[in-house]
Write a protein that binds this ligand. Structure first.
Ligand code: ZN
Length: 581
């Protein structure tokens, strides 16, 4: 695989790739160490002046489970662009934790004609070595999983036998770490003891809710006034969600638990980003029957303590019901409206008087500290009417829809151009693969290997060629489709009949809300000025493509609505300021 030194003229162009899974400062050292090791290897292979490091790619804070990493992507792109000839990586593990992912990237680099060198092991030279290498990769993957699994099972066993496995104690408790080894006579398992100073605070909070029916917001303020700080908090003040989970935690009545939740990939990510450092950022609760109960010293003692705990649970449920009742107002712009300060604006029911307002959440967020934004509330009926009015106007204006279609068409043309470039590279790749196939055929002809072996070698090449060819066909038909779209025929312009504004106004609140959520990206607003960004739904009333349709009550007319492209996060060019008003 390696070309012997001295044959090529001039120094070799090389790149380094490194990855550390946390962005902690101490890991900078790890990255530097990786570079040092790679320098050593490069020098050994090519001599001091035999190479030039063109670029170093470092993904810091990225899990090896995820292949979409900014610098790895850059590396793959640069490989295709031919920025360098050889890439040095400390260990295949840095590339990806999973063997199949490693192979994917390695194959791609090989296809781009790049050499890959690892410090920790030799790149495979022949098919036999490749198989060995693969087996090795699978084994280390298995080994890693086994270790993780053993660790998890160990924790589970410990929890099942009633011992604390958490690394940090709940507020109100102190964690005493295990001492000695299980075989020792004086061995002490990890356990909780009551932290008397914090326990007094916890008991006080339970009393406030259970006996005095104080709201959590009031408690937050009281704690702030008393100068009682939570253990960990940047702002140094409590927040209602911490209090709420504290008040629900049965550890306080002697029932600690383990395994109540597990990590998952979020269903509705708060923000959809191109790159994610960790996949499973969300936590899902397990049914309570599956929790492992660990006996803990009760902070709320005896029957009296249990009764207080129950009273608190009832009070929390009541609070929840009340707040749900208060939420019955219709806020058309909820989740889409932001304040000029960047905080969300949420609908607030009538507090004094009969008016509903979208208020900046800065005040709530900073509670109990003073607010830092002083923008006034925006009247809900006025804002809803204005925005909806504007939307219906946009959706019923042929000129505006045409404008949007034209913008869309120009963009598609540009995309078509880029896909032509892709077709070229695909063709080049195909011819390269075909050459490879011929070489295999020749080798077979010379009796280098058996027919079975030939078939085994040629199959992936053939598959790849087929895949690339189908990609070209797809690109071409996509080009055609785009062509049809970009030159709007008069009949097509006619087809884009704007919808009837009256019809749009007769929609139910839920239907309107659905449209708002889909069409509007965000509104930034202060009283008197709302700036909207979103999409104009270009495909309105075309019965060929639609997201949803609705039938006007008491009539046979069906209206088809195509709201927008589904992958809105990926297509920022379509995003535009619609109208400041
Ligand atoms: Zn604000």
């Amino acid at each position: 695989m390696t070309t012997p030194t001295g044959i090529t003229a001039g120094p070799r162009l090389i790149a380094y790739y490194g990855r550390v899974s946390t962005s902690l400062q101490e890991d900078q050292k790890t990255i530097d160490n990786q570079w040092m090791e790679l320098n050593e290897l490069a020098e050994k292979l090519y001599g001091k002046d035999g190479y030039i490091v063109v670029r170093k790619y470092a993904d810091e804070g990225w899990s090896g489970d995820i292949l979409a990493r900014p610098y790895l992507d850059q590396l793959r792109q640069d490989a295709r662009a031919g920025l360098w000839d050889i890439v040095f990586i400390y260990d295949p593990d840095r590339l990806a934790r999973r063997y199949s992912y490693q192979e994917l990237v390695l194959d791609e680099l090989r296809e781009a004609g790049k050499e890959v060198h690892f410090k920790t092991r030799q790149a495979p030279k022949d098919p036999m070595e490749k198989i060995l290498y693969g087996v090795h990769g699978l084994f280390s993957e298995y080994e890693r999983m086994k270790i993780a699994e053993r660790f998890r099972i160990g924790k589970l066993r410990k929890a099942r036998s009633g011992h604390i496995v958490l690394s940090d104690a709940l507020y109100g408790y102190t964690l005493v770490r295990k001492q000695g080894k299980p075989a020792d006579a004086d061995f002490i398992e990890t356990h909780y003891i009551i932290n008397e100073v914090e326990a007094r605070v916890v008991r006080m909070i339970f009393d406030w809710v259970g006996n005095h029916k104080l709201s959590l917001r009031k408690i937050v303020r009281r704690l702030q006034e008393l100068g009682i700080r939570p253990r960990k908090s940047k702002r140094g003040v409590w927040n209602t969600s911490t209090l709420s989970s504290m008040l629900r935690n049965e550890t306080h009545i002697g029932k600690g638990h383990y395994g109540a939740s597990y990590a998952t990939v979020p269903k509705k990510p708060f923000k959809k980003e191109r790159y994610q450092k960790v996949r499973k950022t969300s936590r899902q609760m397990k049914p309570k029957e599956e929790w492992i109960i660990i006996p803990t010293p009760a902070l709320l003692e005896g029957e009296e303590g249990k009764a207080l705990f129950e009273r608190v649970q009832r009070q929390l449920r009541d609070n929840y019901e009340t707040s749900k009742r208060n939420k019955k107002n219709h806020y058309l712009l909820a989740e889409r409206l932001r304040c000029s300060c960047g905080c969300t604006r949420t609908g607030e029911g009538p507090q004094k008087g009969k008016y509903l307002y979208y208020r900046c959440s800065n005040r709530v967020k900073n509670h109990p500290l003073p607010p830092t934004c002083f923008e006034k509330g925006i009247s809900v009926p006025i804002a809803d009417e204005k925005i909806w009015g504007k939307l219906t106007q946009l959706m019923s204006s042929k000129e505006l829809i045409l404008q949007q279609v034209e913008r869309w068409a120009t963009q598609n043309k540009n995309e078509a151009k880029t896909s032509l470039v892709n077709t070229d590279t695909l063709r080049k790749e195909i011819s390269k693969l075909k050459k490879q196939e011929t070489r295999y055929d020749e080798a077979y002809g010379k009796g280098v290997f058996t027919l079975a072996k030939l078939q085994e070698l040629v199959k992936p090449v053939k598959d790849k060629v087929a895949e690339l060819e189908s990609q070209i066909v797809q690109d071409r038909s996509a080009d055609k489709g785009q062509g049809d779209n970009s030159t709007l025929l008069p009949s097509e312009v006619e087809m884009l009949k704007p919808s009837n504004p009256r019809l749009l106004n007769d929609l139910s609140f839920e239907q309107k809300r659905e449209i708002v959520l889909d069409v509007i990206d965000g509104i930034v607003g202060v009283p008197g000025k709302l700036t909207v960004s979103g999409f104009i739904p270009v495909m309105l009333v075309s019965p060929y493509q639609y997201d949803f349709s609705f039938r006007h009550e008491g009539s046979s007319i069906t209206t088809y609505v195509k709201l927008k492209t589904s992958d809105r996060y990926c297509r920022t060019p379509e995003r535009r300021k619609v109208h400041p008003f």
